[in-house]
Each structure stands twice: as structure tokens, then as C-alpha cells.
Design a protein around this ligand. Structure first.
Ligand SMILES: Cc1ncc(COP(=O)(O)O)c(C=O)c1O
Length: 428
């Protein structure tokens, strides 16, 4: 299996500079990338082109659900690619049907549409909402401030952050933003044209903010009262990252609302573990709103992607990785809280559930070693973690996200906390 794709020869001796040179000449510069060129990975570790090893607590921004180079994903890719890679959505094939069945089984009665990405999954839900309200002239969707829903034109219109909209106006009409976790604000913002509310169960790009149980239950009631769709963007917070399939299931544990069911749920990221795929689930009562010809995609739900996603679900269940995310995630959270208590001049708080955690730093001006730089505190902190051998994801000015693979071990979590502690200590 190992030799199917032989490693390419190294480009030149100074491997990092030569890779960066290729990017600066030929890749559209939409990202401020870190000065690291990665070459290979295994489990929760990755190696750069100079052979340096990092513990990957960013997980490709919540994508690498089984870590890197998982042998069973490789095997699923190879076996399925020897049978059928792509057929288009003009035909039936078993992997797509079986994957849809499993996702429905994890959620509630309904149906699934497969896409290529999170943004495209959300686009499908926006179209579902528009179709739902069309005959009554309702089209408006409320989303939350600090939300993130993707980079397409509808995605940036839906996203509650100005920075993604700047320079791309006029925005697509039909989206308005309301403060997150504020039920009264949502109720007040409704207009006769409002047809749906979309939120993330835990805001990811906005800095790891979980919805409260009261907010989720209140939005469900409000949507029922006003015949609106409640849409959950689970692209980042879904797929067992919080210890349950969906973050709202985890958030609502212990409340007397076991049958909270949204009308639509978008998924991507961990679903394919690095194979690019997305999906949206729609509740049974609305499942036939998008009929033949109403929506489509060339690549979504390919046999290859679905075989990988099925294998990921199988491994998550067999290896009890949801429990691991819950238990090892709690260990990370408690350990981070201990660091916050010990170094209050550097760290402020830790938020999130399971393997979706946000470590809030003190403002840059309050940390002398970070104050002089033009870079945000979060980027400088992530740079220091990288120098010490850990990858994490900055979020906004002063939050660092941990979104590790679901199979991160306790020993690896301890390794990560050890590195974070060293970095925090050096700033105190
Ligand atoms: C909550 C949420 N929705 C949507 C998206 C967009 O997904 P994609 O980048 O796959 O289009 C993201 C990506 O970060 C996300 O976090």
C-alpha cells in the first residue's frame, strides 16, 4: 500500500524557500500563510519539508477527523478507486445511499444532499429556505453576528463579520444579522419576509462561542410559532467533535428537550477527513422541497468521497472516538483552566466543548512580550507554539483554537499542554 504513490524527489536543498517561491509566483495570495511547508503526517503529527515534527492540534481547521495518513482511509480510497471514482449524479450508487442513511440515522428522519464544501452545503440550505418561503414572498434569513458561513457571495452575505464582505459589495440581499445568544433580539428582528434563522451550534471562526440551551430551545419555539426554518451550520462544530454527532445534541444534554430537531443541518470538514466533501440534511417534512432540477452538483456525493466518509463513521464508532473527544477534550479544558489560574496576566478564559476549544489570551497590550508587534496576539501566540512544536489556529485578535483529530490520545494531549505551558510561562 505504501508505495502506490512514490514520494516526489525533494525540489532543491532549501526546501521551504523553494516551496514558498512557487506560492509567491503562482498561487493567488488570499492567505497570509505561516512560514511552514508541510510534507507528511501520521496520526496527530505532521512533518515539514525540513523534517521538523509538529503536534497538530489544529487538525486542518477541524477537518482531519482521523488524523493524518490513517491506514484505513488510505485503504478505503484505494479499494473504492479501483472500483468506481465518479459517475455523476445522473446514476444511483450504493456508497451515497448508505452514507445518507447513516447521517439520517445520527440525526432524525429526513434526507441528505451531498456537496463539495461547507459553503456549498450552506448554499443548499439557503435555497431550501427560499423555496420554502417563495410562494408567500418570504426570503429573508437571520444569522448571528460573529458567525461564519463560507466565502461564496451568499456565504459572505450570511456571515456576520464585516471583514469578509469588504470590497465585494453590493451584498446579496436577504440576510440580516442579530446578536448571538440573544433570543429577544432575534424575535424583534423578524419581518414579514423572514423565512429562516441560521446559527452555528458553536461559533468557530468567531472565536469558539457555544449557543446556550435556552437560545437553541427558544429559537426552535420561535421558528415553530412563525413557521420559519431553523437551520444549523454544523460545518465546523459537527461530526462528533463535541462528543456527540451534533454540537446542539451535546449542548442540550441534561435538558428536557431530547427531541429538539432543526429543519436543516449543514456539514463538511470532518465528514470527509480531508477528502473535500459537504452535505446538508433536511428534516423529513421539508425533504422534498428541492425536487428534480431544483439543485445539483457535479462532484458531490461521489463514490470515492462517500466510501471515505463511511469508513470514517465506522472507525469513529468502533474506536469510540466521540467518547475520546469528550473525555480527552475535557482533560485539555481542565488543564488549560489550570494554566489560566496560574498565568492570569497571559490567559483569560477557555471556551468550547470536547475537541473544539478556544483559549482566550489577554489583550496584546497587557502582554509586554507581544505588545510591540503589529501582529495580533493570537497570531504571535500561534507562532510561538509552532516554534515549540505545536500547530493551533488563531481566531480573531486574541483567541487560539484547538481542533485536534478525534483520535488524539491522552499522551498527545499531555504533550500539547506541556508545550502550551512552556509558551505561556515565557510570556508571563
Ligand atoms: C461554520 C462554518 N460554516 C461554513 C464554512 C465554510 O466551509 P468551506 O470552507 O468548506 O466552504 C466554514 C469554514 O470554516 C465554517 O467554519
Amino acid at each position: 500500500m505504501k508505495d502506490i504513490v512514490p514520494a516526489p524527489p525533494p525540489l532543491v536543498r532549501n526546501a521551504f524557500e523553494s516551496v514558498r517561491e512557487l506560492f509567491s509566483r503562482y498561487v493567488v495570495p488570499t492567505y497570509s500563510r505561516f512560514d511552514i511547508a508541510l510534507q507528511r503526517g501520521s496520526g496527530s503529527h505532521v512533518w515539514d519539508v525540513n523534517g521538523r515534527r509538529y503536534l497538530d492540534l489544529g487538525g486542518g481547521i477541524a477537518v482531519c477527523s482521523l488524523g493524518h495518513a490513517h491506514p484505513e482511509i488510505t485503504q478505503a480510497l484505494v479499494e473504492q478507486s479501483q472500483k468506481l471514482v465518479h459517475v455523476s449524479n445522473l446514476y444511483y450508487h450504493e456508497p451515497q445511499g448508505r452514507l445518507a442513511q447513516q447521517l439520517v440515522g445520527h440525526l432524525a428522519p429526513g434526507k441528505v444532499f451531498f456537496s463539495n464544501s461547507g459553503a456549498e452545503a450552506n448554499e443548499g440550505l439557503f435555497k431550501l429556505a427560499r423555496r420554502f418561503g417563495h410562494d408567500e414572498g418570504r426570503f429573508e434569513i437571520l444569522t448571528a453576528t460573529h458567525s461564519f458561513h463560507g466565502r461564496t457571495l451568499a456565504g459572505i452575505a450570511a456571515t456576520g463579520q464585516d471583514k469578509v464582505k469588504k470590497g465585494f459589495g453590493p451584498m446579496m440581499p436577504g440576510f440580516r444579522h442579530v446578536p448571538f445568544n440573544d433570543l429577544a433580539a432575534a424575535r424583534e428582528a423578524l419581518s414579514p419576509a423572514t423565512v429562516a434563522i441560521m446559527i452555528e451550534g458553536i461559533q468557530g471562526e468567531g472565536g469558539i462561542s457555544p449557543a446556550t440551551p435556552e437560545y437553541l430551545l427558544g429559537l426552535r419555539r420561535l421558528c415553530d410559532e412563525r413557521r420559519m426554518l431553523l437551520l444549523m451550520d454544523s460545518v465546523q462544530c459537527g461530526h462528533f467533535r463535541t462528543g456527540r454527532f451534533q454540537s446542539f445534541q451535546r449542548i442540550l444534554e441534561g435538558t428536557d428537550a431530547p427531541d429538539f430537531v432543526p429543519d436543516g443541518v449543514s456539514m463538511a470538514k470532518s465528514l470527509g477527513g480531508g477528502f473535500p466533501m459537504g452535505a446538508f440534511w433536511v428534516r423529513d417534512i421539508h425533504a422534498d422541497l428541492l425536487g428534480p432540477g431544483a439543485h445539483g452538483t457535479t462532484f458531490g456525493g461521489s463514490p470515492l468521497g462517500c466510501a471515505v466518509a463511511l469508513k470514517i463513521l465506522e472507525v469513529i464508532e468502533r474506536d469510540r472516538l466521540a467518547d475520546n473527544a469528550r473525555v480527552t477534550g475535557e482533560f485539555l479544558k481542565v488543564s488549560l483552566q489550570r494554566l489560566i489560574d496560574a498565568y492570569p496576566q497571559v490567559l483569560r478564559s477557555v471556551r468550547g466543548l470536547g475537541f473544539m476549544l478556544g483559549l482566550e489570551l489577554a489583550p496584546k497590550e497587557a502582554i509586554p512580550a507581544l505588545a510591540a508587534s503589529e501582529k495580533t496576539a493570537s497570531i504571535q501566540f500561534v507562532n510561538l507554539l509552532q516554534e515549540a512544536g505545536v500547530l493551533a489556529i488563531p481566531s480573531g485578535l486574541q483567541v487560539v483554537r484547538l481542533l485536534p483529530p478525534l483520535n488524539l490520545t491522552r499522551a498527545q494531549a499531555e504533550e500539547g499542554i506541556g508545550v502550551i505551558e512552556r509558551v505561556v510561562k515565557s510570556l508571563a
